[in-house]
Design a protein around this ligand. Structure first.
Ligand code: SF4
Ligand code: SF4
Length: 417
């Protein structure tokens, strides 16, 4: 696709990168077939090819209007289009660049600005999420049922299983932000499961949000700040021989995998960021490489539907990995349909685009329910909470199914919400 940059963008590295991505698109339109928003609206501007044209027009004209912003805002950044694209167009990266430029060139309505600011100032900080969740639970009975169902149930944690393992194998686990408060049981279960595989999980106390939330809301510098903080927090453990950085939330794993690219121009951090990205692994990748026979006899056998998050399927190209692990562990899976479609969670999309998000949620739950599962599992906190807000059956993190030690353990007075 031919593109001539407007003089406003001469020498602008981001615009140059965007132009290269756009040039790789052959405008075949195959991507529209798997784009959730195109499938909802059947409007070219709500599909990847149309959005690429909108960014192209912005780069060529030097101008951006509210319509361009609206159609880019509606994109979930699910990257289903990347999986479908025969030309390898890096649409997700283009969307991030396009959003950053649009944010500079257009004026958002005040309500949207406040919503975005609220998301950026609350969700990446566990202490603030904890207060928000506590307030939500306090007034839960006053809320309309749609909002009430979005408040996650309390999770009970378990006391540490005796003495710490003395395993030689150490991996760093991302503590995260919302997950650390809303579903702390996920990392708790991962720690126990990995202990059975003779791997110790280490949590760096000063690490936190992976930076994805700010980064995808066009607050690049803020996002890079979170990334640098994590690199500093993890580095002593990497120096000491930690063999991986494990994410139990697939969206965070994608972000950490991108640290190397995003910080490549930072002389102080580029080499360490590259190393961190090399070490980044989704929990499924770690577990898949181990002998799973130890889990075969002890797992629950409730029929289970798997929702593979877009960040695992399209972002990390690990579609099918959850099914493979769970089936190897003797768990009965049921059929689902429309596996490629996003559930509508997409970070804070459900907050910023509630109507589209809800339509996608209903469609996804119907697709997950065709085999009448007794439970649904997924691999990302956003999907788990979003699906759980409307599902008739429990929605869990898949690692909880492998965690069969909890029955032997006393509950901990964790202080977690
Ligand atoms: S499938 Fe790829 S090459 Fe074809 S229009 Fe979509 S992004 Fe462009
Ligand atoms: S990232 Fe997802 S929503 Fe956005 S254009 Fe691609 S397929 Fe459509």
């Amino acid at each position: 696709m031919y593109l001539k940059l407007h003089s406003d963008f001469h020498g602008n590295e981001l615009a140059l990168e965007a132009a290269e991505i756009i040039k790789s698109c052959v405008h075949c339109g195959f991507c529209n077939a798997t784009c959730p928003t195109y499938q909802e609206f059947f409007d070219e501007r709500d599909g990847p090819r149309g959005r690429i044209y909108l960014v192209k027009h912005m780069l060529e004209s030097g101008q951006a209007g509210d319509a361009t912003r609206k159609h880019l805002d509606r994109c979930l950044t699910c990257r289903a289009c990347e999986t479908t694209c025969p030309s390898g167009v890096r649409y997700g990266r283009l969307a991030d660049i396009g959003r950053e430029i649009i944010e500079e060139k257009t004026r958002r309505p005040l309500v949207e600005k406040l919503q975005r600011r609220f998301a950026r100032k609350v969700f990446p900080y566990p202490d603030r999420v904890r207060i928000l969740l506590a307030l939500g639970r306090l007034v839960q009975w006053l809320l309309p049922s749609r909002l009430r169902r979005q408040i996650p149930p309390r999770q009970r944690l378990f006391a540490p299983a005796g003495k710490q393992s003395s395993s030689q194998r150490k991996m760093i686990v991302l503590k995260g932000c919302v997950q650390a408060v809303a579903t702390p049981g996920t990392n708790d279960a991962a720690r126990r499961v990995l202990q059975r595989l003779d791997i110790d999980l280490i949590e760096a106390p000063s690490a936190g949000c992976c930076g994805a939330l700010s980064y995808h809301l066009a607050a690049r510098e803020e996002g890079l700040g979170f990334m640098r903080r994590n690199i500093d927090a993890w580095w002593p453990y990497i120096d000491a021989g930690a063999e991986a950085i494990v994410s139990t939330a697939s969206a965070c794993g994608v972000m950490i995998g991108d640290y190397g690219d995003l910080l490549q121009d930072d002389p102080e951090y580029s080499a360490r960021a590259r190393r961190v990205s090399e070490l980044a692994k989704d929990l499924s990748e770690v577990i898949e490489a181990e002998d799973l026979s130890v889990f075969r006899d002890s797992t629950s056998n409730r029929t289970t539907a798997v929702h593979c998050p877009c960040t695992l399927m399209h972002g990390q190209k690990r579609g099918g990995s959850l099914e493979s692990i769970l089936e190897s562990s003797g768990i009965s899976l049921v059929e689902t349909s429309e596996k490629h479609l996003c559930c509508g969670s997409a970070g804070v999309y459900s907050l910023l685009q509630p109507k589209i998000s809800r339509r996608l949620l209903e469609r996804k739950l119907a697709a997950l329910s065709v085999g009448k599962p007794e439970q649904i599992v997924t691999a990302n906190i956003g999907c788990q909470l979003h699906l759980g807000s409307q599902s008739d059956v429990p929605v869990k993190h898949w690692i909880e199914l492998l965690d069969d030690r909890r029955v032997d353990l006393p509950f901990a007075d964790s202080g977690h919400e």
